[in-house]
Design a protein around this ligand. Structure first.
Ligand code: CA
Length: 236
């Protein structure tokens, strides 16, 4: 039985809906992995010094991006699932800068240099890829370091160097008065932000292999974690 399924959790009641992956993608993935082999280029979740390119959620899962690879994890599964980004999204870039999930449009957005891609499920959303300037970022911003989307407030924060911009998803325009320093909102965050995502009312701000946990509403800093907190090493 060669059927290959991608399981997507649809509800907290743990009802699992399996989306068949096209057979061609499965074969392509196996061939590409065979070509790559277990080379040093394949990122390893057990490398505690690894700096992820981007982290995002997607329909209850977590997505971790590194080079050409992606891991998917789910709170109810123990082992992260690693594959090539191209298996899910053949037209997507590799070595991305940032990513976030827009739950309202049921899409995940990927940023690389001055371009943004949006996917709903496996499908490229009509109109994408398009210039990142469509968000209203200044022309001087040629790439971003990370992005953080808060569904409650409808704000999306773009991290660029020591500063961040705030985008209003409802108004589809940048908020006035930005950029501001990152440590004005996330106290003590003076290092470069490399990835960010929200989970269970907390903001997780990555700086290299360190992850800083902040309460979303109060912005109070709680603790410093490591990459492996969310992306566990499963080689024992
Ligand atoms: Ca990044």
């Amino acid at each position: 039985m060669k059927t290959f399924n991608l399981c997507v959790l649809l509800s907290l009641a743990a009802a699992v809906h399996c989306v068949p992956m096209p057979q061609a993608s499965r074969e392509q993935f196996l061939e590409e992995l065979e070509e790559l082999g277990s080379t040093p280029d394949t990122p390893n979740a057990c490398d505690s010094t690894m700096v992820l390119d981007a982290v995002a959620t997607l329909r209850g899962e977590m997505l971790f991006f590194k080079d050409s690879f992606i891991w998917r994890t789910h709170p109810l599964r123990d082992t992260p699932y690693q594959s090539l980004i191209s298996v899910y999204w053949p037209s997507a870039p590799t070595d991305i800068d940032a990513a976030y999930e827009n739950q309202e449009t049921d899409s995940v957005l990927l940023f690389k240099d001055d371009t943004v891609w949006a996917y709903s499920g496996y499908d490229l959303v009509s109109g994408y890829p398009k210039p990142m300037s469509s968000f209203g970022l200044p022309e001087s911003v040629k790439k971003i370091d990370a992005v953080l989307h808060d569904e409650e407030s409808g704000k999306t924060l773009f991290f660029v160097g020591e500063e961040y911009y705030s985008y209003d998803e409802a108004k589809k325009m940048m908020d006035q008065g930005f950029p501001k320093r990152v440590d004005k909102i996330f106290s003590g965050m003076t290092g470069k932000v490399t990835a960010a995502f929200l989970y269970n009312g907390y903001a997780y701000i990555y700086s290299g292999s360190d992850v800083f946990e902040y309460h979303l509403e109060t912005k109070q800093f709680f603790r410093k974690l490591n990459n492996n907190y969310f992306l566990p090493c499963t080689e024992y």
